[in-house]
Design a protein around this ligand. Sequence first.
Ligand code: 7TS
Length: 410
Amino acid sequence: MNNTAQYDVVSIRNDFPILGKKIHGKPLVYLDNAASSQHPVQVINAVKEFYESGYSNIHRGVHQLSQDATRAYENARASVRGFIKADCVHEVVFTSGTTESINLVAQSYARPLLKIGDEILITHMEHHSNIVPWQIVCEQTGAVLKVVPISDAGELEMDRFAELMNERTKLVSVVHVSNALGTVNPVKKIVNMAHAQGIPVLVDGAQAIPHIPLDVQELDCDFYAFSGHKIYGPTGIGVLYGKEKLLNAMPPYQGGGDMILSVSFEGTTYNALPYKFEAGTPNIAGAIGLGAAIEYVQKIGLGAIAAHEHGLLEYATSELKRIDGLRIIGEAEQKAGLVSFVLDCVHPHDIGTMLDAEGVAIRTGHHCAQPVMERFKVPATARASFGMYNTFGEIDVLSEAIRKTIGMFS
Ligand code: 7TS
């Protein structure tokens, strides 16, 4: 057993009501944070209070409730700005999540620019959300999708990355932390390499946002995408950060209310940033919940959370490696809070079912990263992913449940 000094995991756990739940009569051990994390009362209450006493549509009514709701929504945007250290609030576009953020860039930034033979550069460890939008835009434009390979350890082959960037490359889109391997990619280095050739970079931060302190200005990425539900916030809300200059030059992604200044049949003028990209009534409660989640994370401190999770990762890695017949998929030097593994004698789905019977929630499958499965020649993996509230004791429960599973199947 190990412990991170001065990190009060017990009091953090007390803020998350669901962690007191029993599953099949056993205490819930929630290790599926990479799919979606749980919510502290601070987030639940912020959403509840909004619906109970502050609810209205935004940006339109002169009445008090509408003005209050607008203020709360815009305060959430300001919280996001501070959290990711964007230069200004209008560089923070609310979307429904990482997936929509990437599709927005594919359709609004890349599509008008791409010509036959141009290239989009991604990597072999992307989530399907950072593959398929590029395949679609390549089909629409005649551009070509290029893929940076990964090593057996699950790291990007950086020499190949450099070789694959050329004058045809119009955008690099790369995951910050792999959801299937846990690899933390050297995104700063990638941004520098790409910018040296004048190529903009989108970073898929879905898995990085709850684990790694972010400064988009320091990173100098052109776009950064993430989802609220992976950082203790609600589903259906996410963020696209974009540099003002790029966002300003992009056409709207969708048309509708709120994204216009005036509409007539002769022509329509679009609204300023970020509203140009927020057509229709947005997920107001979701944004407010995300704002509360960010405040909560900031109160604990992302640095402290990262250190705690790193301790969990190291402990889990060493404990799981002691289990005969268990193979970890993804052994990069730089990893963030998750372990993907396979067992010699048990299919990942059976591992998931057996662990569930012990109250342990993990994800099994291809994790929407089928090219990663194909690269490592496995049909699927079992994945334990950690959040700020997980404990070293829970890793012991996980290890014990895996041993029991092996015992049943052998
Ligand atoms: N990119 C990465 C790296 C992800 O891990 C995910 C979701 C997404 C994009 C898409 O995020 P969404 O919020 O728009 O759906 N990853 C996972 C996962 O690993 N298990 O369930 C969802």
